[in-house]
Design a protein around this ligand. Structure first.
Ligand code: ADP
Ligand code: MG
Length: 349
């Protein structure tokens, strides 16, 4: 199912600014789409608007081209899953999944067929005769998914479904959930404030800030080509350096040296480089930024070196190196920081 959202605004309180502030976007059928942003930015509100649990102040929502803005939650074919998903404890797995088709008036053999098909899809068909309390949490989630699909859900909505799990289980469930949603073939919309979750699972991400879309793109696009400091910071660690870019020039002139870039922008700009894209070498290599080592931290799977650039405001940059990168550099060592133009996101100021 395709979802088209036009100029959607949700204002809970006349006196406050809207929780969702003029959002427009198009989600393709079968896409696993993420809403990523800090707490309070309006993610849950947007998801609830799509579900039909609340209604917008203005704007519209269409499913497969059909306006559903005024439709109630049970007439939309979009369902929140894994939240209050409690399966009926007195019913078997099969009966739980047959419930939706039964409500629609499907006869015995028809609802059996639909339920079996959906249970196979989530690989729970061999558990059809169990009661929910005989299943693990993950298995119950699979059944909840099958139940939603059997009930005719064409869009699955997830609101931070993994946030209560411990770190190890959360990592495992990321893979499992992604595989599951991909296997169903339906459209999925997933809300999270965890950038790693979004980067690792999403087809596309809308980064939300203050009720608006700050940037929309694939995980690689938003991570490697942030268009604002907010997006650069929110998606991971980022180093910044201001400078000037002349028209047609392939370098940004900064107090710490020239930064190689490939950008159409001109004038005052901010260069943004991820810590893992920077190489640090002792001495002054031509074309590198001059800096001094401040500290190094061993992190097991990597090493982080903090360097102070030779700029009037002594900006600090972080460099992440993989194991085997050689000896750590002592604090005070003069170094040169190098990276390629393709690793620099140029932000307008
Ligand atoms: P997120 O899910 O990104 O943390 P929410 O959509 O829950 O953000 O909230 C966005 C803003 O709307 C916040 O300022 C929040 O306080 C406000 N808000 C959310 N729900 C309600 C509500 N039912 N009534 C009034 N204000 C609300
Ligand atoms: Mg929320």
């Amino acid at each position: 199912m395709q979802i088209t959202i036009n100029n959607l605004i949700k204002r809970y309180d006349e006196a406050e600014k809207p929780a969702v502030d003029d959002i427009s976007l198009h989600i393709e059928s079968g896409e696993f789409f993420f809403l990523l942003g800090p707490s309070g930015c309006g993610k849950t509100t947007l998801l609830r608007l799509i579900a039909g649990l609340i209604h917008p102040t203005s704007g519209s929502i269409a499913f497969d081209g059909e306006d559903v803005t005024e439709r109630e939650v049970d007439q939309r074919g979009a369902a929140m899953v894994f939240q209050g998903y409690a399966l009926w404890p007195h019913m078997t797995v099969q009966e739980n999944v047959e419930f939706g088709p039964r409500m629609r008036g499907a006869d015995k053999s028809e609802r059996h067929r639909i339920a079996s098909e959906q249970l196979q899809r989530v690989e729970m068909d061999t558990f059809a005769d169990r009661k929910p309390n005989q299943l693990s949490g993950g298995q119950q989630q699979r059944v909840a998914l099958a139940r939603a699909l059997a009930a005719g859900t064409r869009c699955l909505l997830f609101d931070e479904p993994l946030s209560n799990l411990d770190a190890r289980l959360r990592l495992h469930m990321r893979d499992e959930l992604k595989a599951l949603v991909d296997a169903t073939g339906v459209t999925g919309i997933y809300v999270t404030h965890d950038q790693k979750e979004a980067l690792s699972m999403a087809d596309r991400i809308a980064v939300i800030n203050d009720g608006r879309i700050a940037q929309l793109g694939t995980p690689t696009e938003v991570y490697r080509n942030p268009q604002s400091r907010f997006v650069a910071d929110f998606l991971g660690e980022a180093n910044f350096l201001d400078g000037d870019l002349d028209s047609g020039s392939e370098v940004v002139t900064t107090p710490a040296g020239n930064v190689p870039v490939a950008s159409e922008l001109t004038g005052r700009v901010t260069c943004c480089v991820r810590p893992e894209s920077v190489r640090v070498e002792a001495g002054n290599s031509p074309g590198g930024l001059a800096a001094t080592v401040v500290s190094t931290v061993y992190l097991g799977d990597s090493r982080q070196t903090v360097c102070r650039l030779e700029t009037p405001d002594a900006i600090e940059w972080r460099v992440t190196e993989l194991p085997g990168a050689g000896e750590a550099l002592a604090p005070g060592t003069p170094v040169s920081l190098t990276f390629s133009a393709g690793d620099v996101a140029v932000l307008d100021q």
